[in-house]
Design a protein around this ligand. Structure first.
Ligand code: GLN
Length: 482
């Protein structure tokens, strides 16, 4: 078999071919590099590709195979992947989609990258994103937008749009993204791939450029639920470099996806209200009906504080961002400082030049929300809303095992359509930010189409409920294909 065909196979299948020696890691990596060369001029999923290092790593895998045939075989041995460019890997530039980091190359690897290397995976390059992961369309990248491989007049979603597009275009079998308010799930839904936002604390944030630290999680995007789960299991778990990581063991799941008897699915009424495009709502409901056909019990539930979550998120995330982005001062990283007569002017003019308009808007919003006199009215209140949202989820998970919702009220919108209207852009996140506020996990699985574009089903689980999500996600794949 050719590397090109193997690149489109599920990871477990391609892995067997690699093990037998039917294909080599080098062929797989070359196939990915060829795909990128063929397609990326129209999609622009990658900001940086390191072909030489990737080929050398693949050759090392192939050589080791002939010498030792190591047991047990690392689960991702020989598979190339893309890395969102707000995650550090030694030897490749880190831009966060911003001019302010231009020229900066981190001297260390993120823990997720270290673990992928231990699992045998090969980083092939850095994927495009909205500047500092702030955005829902990848149009806020300082290096130009990414386009949706399903229709290049449309956005891929954001902020991990490069990772979603790279997987959807078949350039790589999987990619890492980050999700603060929906940034893994929205691109998964818009591009028609699978994406996971893990439980807060499940995957180390060490080496992820901080946006909203109490909300941020790294998450995998892949073509299938099994592939996504394999990547998740390779990178999840306790890390001494991130004190918010959880100790709980990462268990394999082994449930039968064709039998959902005993599973209770909740449909939160607030996620199906007037604002949802009829075609999107219909695709989600049709899919849930089919899941019921596999034996799941479906009932309507309510998460009454949902309607306050977006407003609270757009106070909390910018507040944390305004603090996290203070470090980009023209002294420590990247963009060389402006020559000025004093330090205040130097910092101000470097930041004025280095940050784009959306990042500046967030810094202003966040700084205002945290300023004395307004702190309690905005930040304090938003934190109280967050607690109510969290409680909504813990109550509802006493009754159901999983929630099924749309990921976004619409399918992928057109490039440029929301650029001049920040509120319209923020509304794309209305169904995803609740999950980050509560810290629970959510998996997006393609479930159908509307207007000829993919619709992703969002499955939300309780704290550490990833395996339930994978089970229902696999069932979703089956019924969506039928
Ligand atoms: N679109 C949201 C924002 O701009 C979410 C971004 C993210 O998850 N990184 O904040």
């Amino acid at each position: 078999m050719s590397g090109d065909r193997a690149l489109d196979l599920p990871i477990a299948e391609a892995s067997r071919l690699l093990e037998k020696g039917d294909i080599s890691a080098r062929e797989l990596v070359d196939a990915a590099l060829d795909r990128i060369a063929e397609t990326d001029h129209s999609i622009h999923a990658f900001l940086h590709v390191d072909a030489q290092t990737a080929r050398a790593a693949a050759d090392r895998v192939d050589r080791a195979r002939t010498i030792t045939n190591r047991e047990p075989r690392p689960p991702l041995l020989g598979f190339p992947y893309g890395l969102k460019d707000n995650i550090s890997i030694r030897g490749m530039p880190l831009t966060c989609g911003s001019r302010i980091l231009e020229g900066y190359t981190p001297p260390y690897d993120a823990t997720a990258v270290t673990r992928l290397r231990e699992a045998g995976a090969i980083a092939i390059g850095k994927t495009n994103l909205d500047e500092f992961a702030m955005g829902s369309s990848t149009e806020f990248s300082a290096y130009g937008p990414t386009r949706n491989p399903r229709d290049i007049t449309r956005v891929p979603g954001g902020s991990s749009g490069g990772s979603g597009a790279a997987v959807a275009a078949g350039q790589v079998p999987f990619a890492l993204g980050s999700d603060t308010g929906g940034s893994v799930r929205l691109p998964a839904s818009f591009c028609g791939v699978v994406g996971l936002k893990p439980t807060y604390g499940r995957i180390s944030r060490y080496g992820l450029a901080a946006y909203g630290s109490s909300l941020d999680q790294i998450g995998p995007l892949a073509r299938t639920v099994d592939d996504c789960a394999a990547v998740y299991r390779a990178i999840a778990g306790l890390d001494p470099f991130d004190s918010t990581t959880l100790e709980d063991p990462v268990n394999p799941g082994d449930e039968d996806p064709d039998d959902l008897r005993g599973l209770r699915i909740g449909l939160p009424i607030e996620y199906f209200d007037r604002g949802i495009a009829p075609g999107v709502g219909a695709a989600i409901r049709a899919c849930v009906d089919r899941l019921a056909g596999l034996g799941a019990e479906v009932e309507e539930v309510s998460l009454p504080h949902t309607r306050f979550a977006l407003a609270a998120y757009y106070v909390i995330a910018p507040a944390e961002a305004s603090a996290n982005l203070a470090r980009y001062d023209g002294v420590k990283y990247g963009l060389s400082r402006r020559e000025c007569s004093d330090v205040v002017e130097m910092v101000a003019s470097t930041r004025a030049l280095g940050f784009g308009p959306e990042v500046k808007r967030r810094i202003m919003l966040g700084t205002f929300a945290l300023s004395s006199g307004y702190y309690d009215a905005y930040y304090g209140r938003a934190q109280r809303v967050r607690e109510f949202v969290r409680r909504d989820f813990s109550h509802v998970f006493e009754r159901v095992d999983v929630l099924a919702t749309p990921t976004c009220p619409t399918v992928a919108f057109r490039l440029g359509e929301r650029l001049d209207d920040p509120y319209a852009m923020y509304l794309a996140d209305v169904l995803t930010v609740t999950v980050n506020c509560a810290g629970v996990p959510a998996l997006v699985v393609p479930c159908g189409e509307s207007e000829g574009l993919p619709v992703g089903l969002q499955l939300i689980g309780p704290h550490l409920g990833e395996n339930t999500l994978f089970r229902v996600g696999r069932a979703t794949e089956r019924v969506a294909r039928r």
